[in-house]
Write a protein that binds this ligand. Structure first.
Ligand code: NAD
Ligand code: GDU
Length: 330
């Protein structure tokens, strides 16, 4: 297939693009490098630098035979805390941008879409694990914008025969080959803990030690980025015109913040100083996915579910990056 990948210079988008190219697909990437890295664009992909909202119409074309077989839409602003402080950046950057993309797809006759949704669409869950039938009550603007986009996609599928899939990722982690997490502003637990191990940060703050969990720290479901890439391929291949399918994607097990820090200490063999800190606003206590629907309908099987393996891949990537990481250059 010839595929348009938005956000293909970001973490998840560049790993997925790498896997798509390995499977023989043609990949064109649009990325404005607002949070991505030009050197994450995989060899073999065509790269167009700029904003999806500005470029979608030109790149997809407006009439005749569609130029692309499908779109994978990763481009987004995705920092929960920032979304609380600057919601306008999220409503414009996520919702307005995606509406422009959907319209460009409609006019060009491109119907196949895989969208990066998120566990943050659910908000504070009533029970665990979370299924797709559970209520969606996001607790921050980031989750609200992703949910709004999911609703828009549902109506485009019904009215305009889009063959769409929203993948609700839980906590993505790990690395694949030369691609991993290398953000200017890093807020995610595993890369932060590994930066402490590397001596790039003094310590890791544990946000909340009084959660109703076994060790008092928050529990998350960490999914290897390579398993996520496989789900995108399966979603693309099986998409159905007129349907918008929604799937949760996680590894099926929850790990506490302290368990993640222990895994990082085991894998690196290095000391990781910690400090107890207050809860972070908007954080739910426990987020664990039921991926049963993706397993049953897509035939997806998460294969890299061992936390130590996920951490080891992220660690290998950071070591290989060395002085080239944003954290090293600060
Ligand atoms: N990482 C996670 O744990 C996680 C979890 C759930 C959902 N997601 C979603 O997955 C997607 C990818 O996340 P990520 O962690 O790789 O983030 P990322 O910030 O590394 O990647 C996003 C990419 O999109 C680009 N971008 C943003 N807005 C753009 C625009 N308007 N035009 C062109 N390019 C634009 C950025 O430069 C960046 O390269 C996002 O949609 C995110 O909301 C991520
Ligand atoms: O320095 C830190 C950073 C994080 N945490 C804790 O570690 C856990 C994981 O935090 P992350 O920031 O790595 O991930 P989140 O669970 O907050 O959010 C991630 O997963 C969500 C879905 O589960 C959303 O999709 C979101 O985009 C994505 O960043 C949370 O309990 C958080 O409070 C700490 O204790 N200290």
């Amino acid at each position: 297939m010839k595929l348009l990948v938005t956000g293909g210079a970001g973490y998840v988008g560049s790993v997925c693009s790498t896997v798509l190219l390995e499977r023989g697909h043609e990949v064109v990437i649009i990325d404005d490098l607002s949070t991505g890295n030009a050197d994450a664009v995989p060899l073999g992909a065509e790269f167009i630098e700029g904003d999806v909202a500005d470029l979608a119409v030109d790149v997809l074309g407006t009439s005749g035979t569609p130029r692309f077989d499908g779109v994978l839409h990763f481009a987004a602003q995705s920092l929960v805390g920032e979304s609380v402080e600057y919601p306008e950046k999220y409503w414009r950057g996520n919702v307005v941008t995606t509406l422009e993309l959907l319209e460009a797809m409609r006019h060009s006759g491109t119907r196949r879409l895989v969208f990066s949704s998120t566990a943050a669409t659910y908000g504070e869950p009533e029970h665990s694990p979370i299924t797709e039938a559970d209520p969606t009550r996001p607790t921050n603007p980031y989750g609200a914008t992703k949910l709004a986009i999911d609703h828009a996609i549902t109506s485009y599928a019904a009215a305009h025969s889009f063959a769409a899939t929203s993948l609700r990722y839980f906590n993505v982690a790990g690395a694949y080959k030369s691609v991993g997490e290398n953000r200017v502003v890093e807020t995610h637990l595993i890369p932060l803990v590994l930066q402490v191990a590397l001596g790039q940060r003094e310590k890791i703050s544990i946000f909340g030690t009084d959660w109703p969990t076994s060790d008092g720290t928050a529990v998350r479901d960490y999914i290897h980025v390579l398993d996520l890439a496989e789900a995108h391929l399966l979603a693309l291949e099986s998409s159905v015109e007129g349907r918008h399918r929604i799937y949760n994607l996680g590894s099926g097990a929850g790990f506490s913040v302290r368990e993640v820090i222990s895994a990082c200490a085991r894998v690196t063999g290095l000391p990781i100083p910690v400090e107890d800190a207050p809860r972070r606003a908007g954080d739910p206590a426990i987020l664990v996915a039921s991926s049963d629907r993706a397993i049953a309908e897509l035939g997806w099987r998460p294969e890299h579910t061992d936390l130590d393996e996920i951490v080891a891949d992220a660690w290998a990537y950071l070591q290989q990056l060395g002085d080239r990481s944003h954290a090293a250059q600060r």
